[in-house]
Design a protein around this ligand. Structure first.
Ligand code: ATP
Ligand code: MG
Length: 266
């Protein structure tokens, strides 16, 4: 991976100044404010320069599949958007529903509607399913009610008194998604929700993601199972070496064998 710093990299101070006149295009090309927009984001793990100038917009209610080979920078991009400590966002802007996430901590970004469901699910040990969900609602604003989450995932309702970490992998994924919906989420970021799950469970989670979509939830899904993600998504963004190499409809990717071979190995 290229360890050079980008020429566009500004110090934090310069970066803040650069936000005044001549600021980046936080509005999509049609002139309407994009619901979500990241503009020229650059992020680092220490000196490792990983997210190398990524920009894209998402419309409200859209589902975007963020794809690319192992190590392309998908997880790092989600983490930079969610403003977690690593990788560190050193340049660029991230806007969600008119709010500047690039000026926020991870906690503030989550209070302003970012809902990252990480790959490792992070179910809290020692708590039941219901306690895991209730804990997510301790700090307002609240999102979906617990009962509504059980309607979406009946298995969670059946296991409400069971300790979360004793659930199957698929159920833990449901709990991780449910816990995120329990907060007031505007942009759901799913990192490999199907990973390690049996096909029948993948189908079950796919159905619930379709249902979440029907409620108008704006979603980014990162998946190794690109075909499954493309069937769910409206749009696809493909990353390679920390940069966007394709941004178009999901159908275009399904139809483009060269693109699939080159960047997705499918
Ligand atoms: N904590 C870290 N410190 C240093 N480099 C890292 C760290 N995490 C990831 N990287 C590097 O950043 C690059 C992008 O990794 P990232 O996890 O974002 O890729 P990915 O597209 O999510 O890959 P995968 O499909 O394997 O999950 C890789 O070269 C990886 O080695
Ligand atoms: Mg990853």
């Amino acid at each position: 991976m290229n360890m050079q710093k980008p020429e566009t990299l500004l110090s934090q101070d310069q970066f803040n100044k650069a936000k005044a006149p001549g600021s980046p295009p936080v509005y999509s090309k049609g002139g309407q404010p994009a619901y979500f927009s990241c503009w020229d984001i650059h992020a680092y793990y220490g000196e490792s320069y990983i997210v190398q100038g990524i920009s894209f917009d998402i419309r409200e209610g859209e589902i975007v599949a963020l794809l690319g080979r192992n190590g392309a920078g998908k997880t790092s991009t989600l983490r930079a958007i969610a403003r977690v400590d690593e990788p560190e966002l050193r340049h660029g802007e991230v806007w969600l529903d008119h709010k500047p996430l690039h000026e926020m901590s991870a906690y503030q970004a989550s209070q302003n509607g970012i809902g990252l469901v990480p790959e490792d699910r992070r179910i809290i040990p020692g708590l039941t399913v219901e306690e895991n969900l209730k804990l997510a609602q301790i700090a307002p604003p609240k999102g979906w009610s617990i009962e509504r989450i059980y309607d979406l995932f009946p298995r969670l309702g059946e296991r409400r008194t069971q300790e979360g970490t004793t659930l199957s992998g698929g159920e833990q994924q449901m709990l991780a998604i449910g816990r995120t919906l329990a907060r007031d989420v505007k942009l759901l970021l799913l990192d490999e929700p199907y990973e390690g799950l049996a096909p029948v469970i993948v189908q079950e989670i796919e159905r619930t993601l379709e249902e979440i979509k029907s409620h108008g939830m704006t979603t980014v899904i990162v998946e190794q199972n690109a075909i499954a993600a493309l069937h769910l998504a409206d749009r696809a963004i493909i990353l390679d070496m920390g940069q966007v190499v394709f941004d178009g409809t999901a159908q275009e990717v399904l139809d483009n064998e060269t693109l699939r071979h080159e960047y997705l190995a499918i």
